[in-house]
Design a protein around this ligand. Structure first.
Ligand SMILES: *[C@@H]1O[C@H](CO)[C@@H](O)[C@H](O)[C@H]1NC(C)=O
Ligand SMILES: *[C@@H]1O[C@H](CO)[C@@H](O)[C@H](O)[C@H]1NC(C)=O
Length: 223
């Protein structure tokens, strides 16, 4: 079996039988193929996770209640006295990518298109991990927040006041970044709410139906 140096040029190989040499060769080929596959799979996974399509955050209003909503008319200003609680949820549906707020996340409340309050939801630097949902319970109230309702807004107020159901809008704005991505993505969502005025001690006739906030489409394809 020895003395079979068919061009391999190494003294040791001459004493390894053909069969074993083939086994070693096959073994090495298999090893190389497996290593290659592992590398390819790793690269694909990294590309899919960090370079693949991203899913935008989802914002919903799970619950909301209005216990006071009144017009305070003290010319020359018009103001709204109100007590409102909103349970706002922000969900990151991405499988492996977290987000981090680059700007405070804010919710602005408006009536008939006129903003009357802004509340901070999440602070700058706050993070939301992959597949995580966070619920922000926002409670705010005022004896009178100026709102540029004008004649038309006051008329709309009286109209809705007569029904006891007010249409308010929550506009959520912010900016965030995905893990390992440079682009700053905007959050611009609007949540239309129909709230039955239910003073403390009374219960709303109609239970609150969860509202899916409408996200503005981003013009940045990396968001
Ligand atoms: C509204 O909120 C204020 C605190 O901001 C509270 O003192 C008041 O009792 C609340 N009123 C109603 C009607 O919930
Ligand atoms: C709204 O309705 C309440 C009774 O439901 C009434 O007391 C109040 O004066 C009304 N406000 C306005 C501005 O019409």
């Amino acid at each position: 079996m020895c003395g079979c140096c068919d061009g391999c040029g190494e003294r040791v190989c001459c004493c390894i039988p053909y069969g074993v040499r083939d086994d070693i060769k096959n073994c090495l080929i298999l090893l190389a193929v497996v290593a290659g596959l592992v590398v390819v799979a790793g690269v694909v996974i990294v590309i899919v996770i960090f370079g693949g399509p991203l899913r935008h955050v989802r914002i919903t209003v799970e619950d909301a209640s209005l216990t006071r909503f009144a017009l305070v008319n003290e010319p020359p200003t018009t103001a709204l006295a109100y007590n409102l609680t909103v349970a706002l949820t922000v969900r990151n549906p991405n499988w492996a990518i977290g987000i981090k707020h680059n700007k405070p996340l804010e919710a602005a409340y408006s009536f008939d298109g006129q903003p009357f309050e802004r509340v901070q939801v999440a602070d700058k630097g706050e993070k939301l991990g992959a597949r995580k949902t966070v619920v922000y319970r926002l409670a705010s109230g005022s004896e009178g927040r100026a709102a540029a309702l004008g004649n038309a807004g006051e008329a709309e107020f009286r109209k809705e006041n007569a029904t006891g159901v007010f249409e308010l809008e929550v506009a959520v704005t912010g900016k965030f970044k995905y893990t390992l991505r440079k682009t700053k993505c905007k959050i611009e969502a609007t949540c239309p709410l129909k709230l039955q005025l239910a003073p403390p001690g009374t219960t709303a006739v109609v239970a609150f139906q969860k509202v899916d906030c409408k996200l503005a489409k981003s013009d940045d394809k990396y968001c």
